[in-house]
Design a binder for this molecule. Structure first.
Ligand code: UDP
Ligand code: MG
Length: 320
């Protein structure tokens, strides 16, 4: 039986993966129980897989799952949880932005009785101003739009207890926002703070497009507020139109001047149509996600794996 499972999602991380392995190994050797390093290869196009194969031959604590294509970071973490066997499960990025040494502190907290120990970033080094600003805004927007207590500035770097992992694997929603789901399940949670390092090598695997999709998944999975915005805007705009109508009538009936020409008309039309189209887009975001859910496709497809046992029984129940 393994006591600790470390899940590491990897997508084109050939430049960092050996170093990650080394640092993780050093840390995990200091723990008090058997462990597994479960890499999830998310359809890498570089040497990642062959390095993983090589490591897993040399070291039996190294296990891997290999996806048939790129399914995305959040799905990769989920797959890791489906196969993790440990009593405590640790999720960490491959690029060493999350220092593995922190795992020891997490384990300490876990032993004190906490079921989720998440790592909160106090600083981000070596990231673009754009990324820092958008991330800052996103976490605050997310927090404002949902009733669930999702901690600020917290990524997926965390330790979760077996109980929490069991709950998470039974949630098979497709637009996954794992850190939100962890907050949603509850249990006894605590934070440890850290400064986020620079990426060890290579570049971010979250281009703007993926970042936008990720933040939309976060907000739509945990809030209906964007939909309610439609009714709010509707009320506001109708109300202001009525006032405007009175102004126009007044000018027409009681003064010599009338409201001038077609430019104001055009402006109003463009504005209202813009609002309507935006709200249709917001609805589209939700409807698209409903469509994804009802198709009920598996979350991911494995091409290969090594060292892992059966999928978690709760996943098998869902007949994926
Ligand atoms: N990742 C993944 N699939 C993807 C994108 C990223 O498995 O489609 C992994 C990546 O290899 C890394 C982690 O997710 O281990 C976080 O990605 P990255 O460091 O590029 O994101 P950033 O830190 O720039 O937000
Ligand atoms: Mg990173």
């Amino acid at each position: 039986m393994v006591k600790y499972s470390v899940i590491i999602p990897v997508y084109n991380e050939a430049l960092v993966i050996r170093e990650t392995y080394k640092r993780l190994k050093t840390v995990m050797e200091q723990t008090d129980g058997p462990y597994e390093l479960l890499f999830v290869n998310d359809g890498s196009e570089d040497e990642t897989l062959s390095i993983l194969k090589e490591l897993s031959v040399k070291d039996e604590t190294v296990k891997y799952l290999d996806f048939s294509r790129n399914f995305g970071h959040q799905i990769a973490i989920t797959a890791g949880m489906d196969y993790a066997a440990g009593e405590a499960v640790i999720i960490i990025d491959a690029d060493l932005q999350d220092p593995p040494e922190l795992i020891l502190q997490m384990i300490q907290k876990w032993k004190e009785g906490y079921e989720v120990v998440y790592a909160k970033r106090t600083k981000r080094k070596g990231e673009t101003v754009f990324k820092k600003v958008t991330a800052h805004v996103f976490y605050r927007l997310l927090r404002a739009s949902t009733e669930i207590d999702i901690p600020l500035d917290t990524g997926d770097f965390r330790l979760i207890d077996r109980k929490v992992c069991d709950q998470l694997v039974s949630m098979r929603e497709r637009s996954r926002f794992v850190r939100g789901l962890v907050s949603w399940v509850g249990f006894k949670q605590t934070a440890i703070e850290y400064e986020r390092d620079e990426r060890f090598a290579g570049e971010t695997k979250y281009p703007l497009k993926k970042m936008l999709r990720f933040s939309m998944d976060g907000i739509t999975s945990f809030s209906y507020k964007p939909l309610k915005l439609a009714s709010l805007l509707g009320f506001l705009l109708s109300f202001s139109s009525v006032i405007w109508m009175f102004v126009v009538l007044y000018l027409k009936l009681f003064t010599d001047s009338t409201v001038a020409g077609w430019s104001s008309l055009l402006m109003a039309t463009l504005f209202f149509n813009g609002v309507v189209l935006i709200m249709l887009g917001v609805m589209g975001e939700y409807i698209g996600r409903i469509y994804d859910e009802v198709k009920h496709r598996p979350l991911y497809i494995l091409k290969d794996c090594r060292g892992v046992g059966q999928k978690h029984e709760k996943v098998l129940q869902y007949a994926e």
